[in-house]
Design a protein around this ligand. Structure first.
Ligand code: 5GP
Ligand code: ZN
Length: 111
Protein backbone atom coordinates (compact mmCIF):
# COMPACT_ATOMS: atom_id res chain seq x y z
CA UNK A 1 0.00 0.00 0.00
CA UNK A 2 1.51 3.32 -1.13
CA UNK A 3 1.62 6.01 1.55
CA UNK A 4 2.19 8.86 -0.90
CA UNK A 5 -0.48 11.56 -0.83
CA UNK A 6 -0.03 12.46 -4.51
CA UNK A 7 -0.33 8.78 -5.55
CA UNK A 8 -3.63 8.80 -3.66
CA UNK A 9 -4.75 11.96 -5.51
CA UNK A 10 -3.70 10.34 -8.83
CA UNK A 11 -5.81 7.27 -7.95
CA UNK A 12 -8.76 9.44 -6.83
CA UNK A 13 -8.48 7.89 -3.36
CA UNK A 14 -8.47 11.37 -1.83
CA UNK A 15 -10.33 14.29 -3.38
CA UNK A 16 -8.78 17.18 -5.29
CA UNK A 17 -9.99 19.86 -7.68
CA UNK A 18 -8.94 18.32 -10.98
CA UNK A 19 -8.10 20.78 -13.76
CA UNK A 20 -6.83 18.29 -16.37
CA UNK A 21 -6.31 14.54 -16.52
CA UNK A 22 -5.19 11.94 -19.06
CA UNK A 23 -3.77 8.42 -18.81
CA UNK A 24 -0.29 9.62 -17.75
CA UNK A 25 -0.75 12.81 -15.72
CA UNK A 26 -3.20 14.70 -13.55
CA UNK A 27 -3.35 18.43 -12.72
CA UNK A 28 -5.15 19.71 -9.63
CA UNK A 29 -5.34 22.91 -7.61
CA UNK A 30 -2.87 23.36 -4.75
CA UNK A 31 -4.43 23.11 -1.28
CA UNK A 32 -2.50 26.19 -0.11
CA UNK A 33 -2.35 28.51 -3.13
CA UNK A 34 0.53 31.00 -3.38
CA UNK A 35 -1.07 32.92 -6.28
CA UNK A 36 -4.59 33.41 -7.70
CA UNK A 37 -3.88 30.36 -9.88
CA UNK A 38 -1.76 27.63 -8.29
CA UNK A 39 -2.14 24.25 -9.95
CA UNK A 40 0.09 21.19 -9.60
CA UNK A 41 0.86 18.76 -12.42
CA UNK A 42 2.02 15.26 -11.48
CA UNK A 43 2.75 12.03 -13.31
CA UNK A 44 0.36 9.27 -12.21
CA UNK A 45 3.35 6.94 -11.80
CA UNK A 46 5.46 7.68 -8.73
CA UNK A 47 8.82 9.44 -9.21
CA UNK A 48 10.33 11.13 -6.17
CA UNK A 49 11.34 14.30 -8.04
CA UNK A 50 12.34 15.71 -11.44
CA UNK A 51 15.79 14.04 -11.16
CA UNK A 52 14.35 10.54 -10.56
CA UNK A 53 14.91 9.24 -14.12
CA UNK A 54 11.59 10.57 -15.36
CA UNK A 55 11.08 9.27 -18.94
CA UNK A 56 11.02 11.78 -21.79
CA UNK A 57 7.51 10.62 -22.70
CA UNK A 58 6.29 11.51 -19.21
CA UNK A 59 7.96 14.93 -19.43
CA UNK A 60 6.16 15.48 -22.73
CA UNK A 61 2.84 14.56 -21.12
CA UNK A 62 3.60 17.02 -18.30
CA UNK A 63 4.32 19.78 -20.85
CA UNK A 64 1.04 19.03 -22.62
CA UNK A 65 -0.84 19.18 -19.30
CA UNK A 66 0.75 22.57 -18.51
CA UNK A 67 -0.60 23.91 -21.82
CA UNK A 68 -4.07 22.53 -21.02
CA UNK A 69 -4.01 24.09 -17.53
CA UNK A 70 -2.94 27.45 -19.00
CA UNK A 71 -5.92 27.30 -21.39
CA UNK A 72 -8.39 26.16 -18.72
CA UNK A 73 -7.27 28.85 -16.27
CA UNK A 74 -7.01 31.67 -18.83
CA UNK A 75 -3.31 32.30 -18.28
CA UNK A 76 -2.70 34.02 -21.64
CA UNK A 77 -0.94 36.90 -19.81
CA UNK A 78 1.72 34.48 -18.56
CA UNK A 79 2.55 32.08 -15.78
CA UNK A 80 5.48 30.48 -13.97
CA UNK A 81 6.41 26.79 -13.68
CA UNK A 82 8.49 25.58 -10.72
CA UNK A 83 9.61 22.13 -9.60
CA UNK A 84 11.31 21.77 -6.23
CA UNK A 85 13.81 18.93 -5.82
CA UNK A 86 15.16 17.99 -2.42
CA UNK A 87 15.92 19.72 0.85
CA UNK A 88 17.62 22.83 -0.53
CA UNK A 89 14.58 23.59 -2.68
CA UNK A 90 12.15 22.92 0.18
CA UNK A 91 10.41 19.97 -1.45
CA UNK A 92 7.74 18.73 0.97
CA UNK A 93 5.85 16.12 -1.08
CA UNK A 94 8.22 13.48 -2.43
CA UNK A 95 6.23 12.76 -5.60
CA UNK A 96 7.45 14.70 -8.66
CA UNK A 97 5.26 17.72 -9.31
CA UNK A 98 5.37 20.98 -11.19
CA UNK A 99 3.77 24.12 -9.77
CA UNK A 100 1.93 26.36 -12.24
CA UNK A 101 1.56 29.85 -10.79
CA UNK A 102 -0.30 32.74 -12.37
CA UNK A 103 -3.33 34.99 -12.37
CA UNK A 104 -1.35 38.11 -11.38
CA UNK A 105 1.95 39.81 -12.16
CA UNK A 106 4.43 37.57 -10.29
CA UNK A 107 7.30 40.04 -10.52
CA UNK A 108 10.78 39.31 -11.82
CA UNK A 109 12.25 37.56 -8.79
CA UNK A 110 12.12 33.76 -8.72
CA UNK A 111 12.41 33.62 -4.92
P1 5GP B 1 6.60 21.29 -2.65
O1 5GP B 1 6.97 22.19 -1.51
O2 5GP B 1 6.86 19.83 -2.32
O3 5GP B 1 7.20 21.69 -3.95
O4 5GP B 1 5.05 21.49 -2.85
C1 5GP B 1 4.06 20.64 -2.36
C2 5GP B 1 2.75 21.35 -2.57
O5 5GP B 1 1.70 20.42 -2.39
C3 5GP B 1 2.49 22.51 -1.60
O6 5GP B 1 2.27 23.71 -2.36
C4 5GP B 1 1.24 22.07 -0.84
O7 5GP B 1 0.37 23.14 -0.58
C5 5GP B 1 0.62 21.04 -1.77
N1 5GP B 1 -0.13 19.98 -1.11
C6 5GP B 1 0.29 19.22 -0.06
N2 5GP B 1 -0.65 18.31 0.27
C7 5GP B 1 -1.68 18.50 -0.60
C8 5GP B 1 -2.95 17.86 -0.76
O8 5GP B 1 -3.32 16.94 -0.05
N3 5GP B 1 -3.76 18.32 -1.76
C9 5GP B 1 -3.39 19.36 -2.58
N4 5GP B 1 -4.25 19.74 -3.52
N5 5GP B 1 -2.19 19.98 -2.45
C10 5GP B 1 -1.36 19.57 -1.47
ZN1 ZN C 1 3.53 9.07 -5.17
Amino acid sequence: MCDCIFCKIANHEIPSTVVYEDDQVIAFDDLNPQAPVHTLVIPKKHYSDIADNVPAETMGAMAHAIQEVAKAKGLEDGFRVISNKGVNAGQTVMHFHMHILGGKNLGENLI
